[in-house]
Structures are given as C-alpha cells and as structure tokens.
Ligand binder design. Structure first.
Ligand SMILES: *[C@@H]1O[C@H](CO)[C@@H](O)[C@H](O)[C@H]1NC(C)=O
Length: 142
C-alpha cells in the first residue's frame, strides 16, 4: 500500500513536470522554426513570448479586468480565441487547455491567426516591452 502511494506520487509528479515545460531561449527559437514562424519575425515572437509567459507553456494568467484569462506560451485570451471548457470553440476552434500544452502547434496556429488580424500590437506585453525597443533576449547564438 505504501509502495503504491509512492508510485502514484512519482507518476503524478513526473506528469506535472511533463505538462509544465519551460523552454530555454534557443529551444523556443527551434520550436518556433518548427512551427514555421517567419524568420524575419522571429525576434519579435521571442520577445513577445519572453514578456508574456517567460517561455512557459502551461501558464494561465490571473484574471483580466473583464474576468477573461490568458493561456499558455503566447498568453492567448479566452474571451475571443479559445473555449475554457472541454469543448473546442471560439475564433481558434480550440480549448484553452490545448493552448497550454507542451505541444505548441495549436497555440502557434492560434497566435498566427491573431497576428494576421491585429499584428503584434494585439499583445500588450509586446507593445510595452518589445515595440521600438532593442529586441531581447538575444537569439543570435541559436
Ligand atoms: C464552450 O464549451 C461549452 C461547453 O462547456 C459549450 O456549451 C459552448 O458552446 C462552447 N462555446 C463555444 C464558443 O464553442
């Protein structure tokens, strides 16, 4: 019984970690390349992700003033873009959980859609910390 409890604890801990990925800067660049983000936008995307989620896939932001929440690597808002239940929905036809996955393909597709409609200015953190500034972090070694 005690062994079983230990085993369950270990499995749960491992699974929490596998659901809670933090990319290094270069890992992020490689992931974004895999998702076909254009190279000439790469530094803006990396700066955006740095400021929004510090490269963590699983984060849910604290509620915004309208009660909505932001999800995952790109901190995508559940008022318009994802359904915060098990049923995929809204503009990106996804659940917010899919936007918090270690597999960033759904989040990437959704982020590109937001960018096509509104540009980088859709993200306050990009406007406040990346727009017209030296784009950090440095990705020249990646
Ligand atoms: C979101 O999920 C709920 C089920 O929890 C469903 O009733 C609703 O239609 C979904 N919303 C959208 C916009 O798809």
């Amino acid at each position: 019984m005690k062994l079983l409890l230990i085993l369950v604890t270990v499995v749960v801990t491992v699974c929490l970690q596998c659901e809670a990925k933090t990319f290094t800067v270069c890992e992020l660049v490689h992931e974004l390349r895999k998702q076909k983000f254009p190279e000439n936008e790469m530094r803006d995307w990396v700066c955006l992700v740095e400021m929004e989620s510090t490269r963590r896939t699983h984060v849910t932001g604290s509620p915004n003033s309208d009660g909505s929440k932001d999800h995952g690597l790109f901190q995508i808002n559940d008022r318009y873009w994802c359904n915060d239940s098990n049923v995929p929905g809204k503009e990106c036809h996804v659940t917010c959980g899919q936007l918090r996955s270690d597999d960033i393909s759904s989040a990437s597709t959704c982020a590109k859609k937001i960018h096509r409609r509104h540009g980088f200015s859709a993200w306050y953190a990009w406007r406040d910390h990346c727009k017209g500034k030296p784009l950090l972090p440095d990705i020249s070694k990646c």
